[in-house]
Design a protein around this ligand. Structure first.
Ligand SMILES: Nc1ncnc2c1ncn2[C@@H]1O[C@H](COP(=O)(O)OP(=O)(O)OP(=O)(O)O)[C@@H](O)[C@H]1O
Ligand SMILES: [Mg+2]
Length: 362
């Protein structure tokens, strides 16, 4: 995958800008607040149809405008496509491929794949379970259309089920009406098992490259690992049984609290360093290395799943890394087809040797 040209007219702080990514390795640089992160966010809009930072679409509309418009010339090695995401406060969001409107914005997923790293994620992802789940969901959705569909359906079922549980709680019943719950339970079990199976499968495939990348960055006595928390089982049928069993066991408790207590929406992805929880014990630089290794492993996973390499979008990736880790990262980048990175500093000699600089000061 590659992006050759990006046009924002407008997007966030850009009234109109066109960037060319003629080289495969580009380093966007410029002072703080100049819009470097916004550019990477815009590129990933073309790949996931929404803000990779979790911002609402309206927040990406320039303050004095009614809409944003992102266009990019993207290729997967075979087909070149003009992708476009347009959002206006009045009309909502639309996605286009080669000028024809896609039925849904989510149809963009999988057309142009990216992996996005940002330093904000280091604290977010490593501190909040919801962000870690989001990490997995965005990754798997880009390589499996079924996963995305199941995820959307799961959340609708979950909302319905929670609605019924809240009603039971209000009316002081010890459990919700089993006949009313049954169809929702059945769907929750089926979709929940599918989602867990996909996540476990993805983690299993990510684990080896993740550990290998972390190894390359760190001294020999540091070992990182990942694990999934929430499901004991690994195969689909046992995963269904497990979910059903927990639902049965916690019926009364769920009516007391008024929401669904178990399922993929509550599971967690755990990062560890030398067997200890990374978010609790790791240093800033180590945490950053954990997330970079994860992102590189994500790229390898997507490549394996789709036989196409995603574009790496690395926001401010060099800060806080020691010279050894920076050097290794530069070496690793060579193994990818396209990398777009940002830095608030003037590019140094090592960076200049590898990247085409894109100066945002002008
Ligand atoms: N909707 C918007 N409309 C106009 N300007 C916006 C909007 N959203 C963000 N901005 C502006 O964009 C700028 C931030 O851009 P961005 O985060 O991309 O900067 P950056 O170059 O990555 O900076 P840093 O080096 O600090 O990471 C800020 O000045 C902010 O006010
Ligand atoms: Mg930034």
């Amino acid at each position: 995958m590659r992006i050759r040209e990006l046009t924002l007219r407008p997007f966030r702080n850009f009234a109109a800008i066109r960037l060319n990514f003629a080289a495969d390795y580009a380093l966007v640089f410029g002072p703080n607040g100049r819009g470097k992160s916004n550019i990477l966010e815009a590129i990933s809009y073309l790949s996931i149809g929404k803000s990779v930072r979790g911002a609402k679409d309206t927040q990406a509309v320039p303050h004095d405008e009614e809409f944003f418009d992102i266009q990019g010339q993207c290729t997967d090695g075979r087909h070149e496509q003009q992708l476009r995401v347009f959002y206006s406060k009045k009309e909502g969001k639309k996605a286009f491929a080669d000028a024809s409107a896609l039925p849904r914005v989510s149809d963009l997923l999988g057309v142009f794949r990216t992996v996005h790293f940002s330093p904000e994620d280091v604290s977010l992802v490593l501190r909040f379970p919801a962000q870690r789940r989001r990490l997995l969901d965005i990754l798997i959705s880009q390589s499996s259309a079924t996963y995305l569909r199941d995820l959307q359906r799961y959340h609708r079922v979950l909302a319905q089920r929670n609605h019924l549980l809240r009603a039971a709680k209000k009316s002081d019943r010890s459990r919700a009406d089993p006949q009313v719950m049954e169809p929702w339970d059945a769907q929750l079990i089926e979709l929940g098992a599918q989602l867990r199976w996909h996540r476990l499968d993805a983690l299993e495939k990510l684990r080896a490259p993740f550990r290998r990348y972390y190894d390359r960055f760190s001294p020999a006595d540091e070992e990182a690992d990942i694990g999934y928390q929430g499901a004991r089982e690994r195969e689909l049928d046992p995963l269904r049984d497990e979910l059903r069993e927990v639902l049965e066991r916690r019926r009364e408790q769920e009516a007391q609290v008024g929401h669904t207590l178990n399922g993929p929406h509550r599971d967690d992805l755990k990062f560890s360093l030398n067997g200890e929880s990374a978010e609790v014990y790791a240093s800033e630089g180590q945490l950053k290395t954990v997330l970079i290794s994860w992102k590189l492993a994500e790229a390898r996973y997507m490549e394996e799943q789709t036989s196409r390499q995603p574009v790496l979008l690395l926001d401010d990736v060099f800060s806080e890394l020691d010279p050894g880790r920076t050097g290794e990262l530069l070496n690793i980048m060579d193994e990818f087809d396209q990398v777009i990175a940002t830095t608030p500093q003037e590019p140094d000699a090592r960076q200049e040797a590898r990247f085409e600089p894109i100066n945002l000061q002008k």
